[in-house]
Ligand binder design. Structure first.
Ligand code: SF4
Length: 103
């Protein structure tokens, strides 16, 4: 790559395409399931919560029903699936996860 002044158009369009291709290759290589990089699971166990904050990204609240949640059996099966896929971390979130009677 040529040295250019950093003020205006530091890369040509051809250089941008080359860079994008390299980024694509890195993403394809490292975001696939592998022994090196594995997904982390953020699991909203429930939408129920003691509070009903306006800023809640999950629209959680005390009036929500549990009918859309995984059952205990389904949840344990999902955890087994994650273990089989070598998922290194599961982050339990919600809502308030401790409102589940099985926790
Ligand atoms: S999950 Fe958190 S942000 Fe959402 S209503 Fe409950 S306490 Fe508030």
């Amino acid at each position: 790559m040529r040295n250019r002044p950093s003020s205006v158009h530091p890369l040509s369009i051809e250089e941008v395409f080359v860079l994008l291709q390299q980024i694509k290759e890195v993403i394809q290589e490292y975001l696939a399931y592998s022994s090196v990089v594995r997904p982390i699971i953020f699991w909203n166990l429930t939408g129920r919560c003691n509070l009903s904050c306006q800023h809640c990204y999950n629209s959680s609240g005390p009036d929500l029903e549990a009918d859309t949640e995984l059952s205990t059996k389904e949840a344990l099966s999902f955890i087994d699936d994650c273990a089989e896929l070598s998922v290194p971390v599961i982050l339990f979130s919600g809502g308030e996860p401790l409102l589940r009677p099985d926790l």
